[in-house]
Design a protein around this ligand. Structure first.
Ligand code: ZN
Length: 133
């Protein structure tokens, strides 16, 4: 069973905390012990796990990604969004989180972030929860 939900982003580059949405799907699945796969089916948006407590951390990550990979940099790709493709490959398109006791086993400070690199637009996140055999 695969569940998905939409994320509406508001900026060209933005992190959206989706931890609650993913945990809700895990809770609804009834799976107590297993793994949760989070997959973003886009080439200019990804997903990462990092600190959710201090919003400065996600801002610092975005600021540095934008500095390292500028929007225009003599890229070949005609669409004009090569920076977004490169950032997406760096953060990746999926995460796997261990589920125990029906809860995502994230560390105290960890959160799951949808990473928008070519917004603003409506995006999809897919989640598959697998029960331990
Ligand atoms: Zn493109």
């Amino acid at each position: 069973m695969i569940k998905s939900f939409n994320v509406k982003t508001r900026s060209r580059t933005e992190f959206v905390n989706i931890t609650r949405d993913v945990q809700d799907i895990v809770s609804d699945s009834g799976v107590k012990s297993g793994v949760c796969h989070v997959f973003v089916p886009h080439t200019t948006a990804g997903v990462t796990i990092n600190e959710g407590a201090d919003p400065s951390v996600e801002k610092d990550i975005l600021t540095m990604l934008n500095k390292l990979i500028p929007r225009s940099g003599g890229y070949l790709h005609m669409e004009g969004n090569s920076d977004a493709h490169i950032k997406t490959s760096l953060v990746g398109s999926s995460e796997v989180i261990i589920v125990d006791g029906g809860t995502l086993q994230l560390g105290t400070w960890q959160a799951i972030f949808f990473c928008e690199f070519d917004g603003a637009r409506s995006r999809q996140v897919m989640v598959k929860v697998m029960r331990e055999e």
